[in-house]
Design a protein around this ligand. Structure first.
Ligand SMILES: [Cu+2]
Length: 119
């Protein structure tokens, strides 16, 4: 019985270590916030759980007028885990979808989608 439990515990540890969603660059916080309602933002700011490579990371933004023009993605000074993407033009009111992709400093890829509303 003791050996069986130990085997299960070991298997779980391996399952977590092998999971691609574990310990990579996950989105922890964003501005505009996920599901939030805001005035037209001047930038999209994404805070990840670990450092990201701005050359291989970025976002697309789509809304009522189609795809919104964005500037080049960069990391925030002193915060390799924060990706900043300038919004080129004021956004018309409506619902927007952010699709982000990130390559973390350990070269693992993650991606996700969230929505916000411009009032
Ligand atoms: Cu990783």
């Amino acid at each position: 019985m003791r050996n069986t439990l130990l085997t299960i515990a070991t298997s779980l540890a391996f399952a977590f270590a092998a999971s691609p969603a574990f310990a990579h660059a996950q989105l922890e916080r964003s501005s505009p916030p996920v599901g939030g309602t805001v005035s037209s933002p001047s930038q999209i700011r994404l805070e990840f759980s670990e450092g990201v490579e701005p050359k291989f990371s970025g976002v697309t933004l789509s809304g009522p007028g189609g795809s919104a023009p964005l500037g080049a993605a960069a990391v925030e000074a002193g915060h390799q885990n924060v990706l900043i993407v300038p919004v080129a033009k004021p956004l018309a009111p409506g619902d927007y979808t952010v699709k982000w992709r990130a390559v973390s400093v350990d070269t693992h890829h993650t991606q996700g989608t969230f929505a916000f509303t411009v009032k």
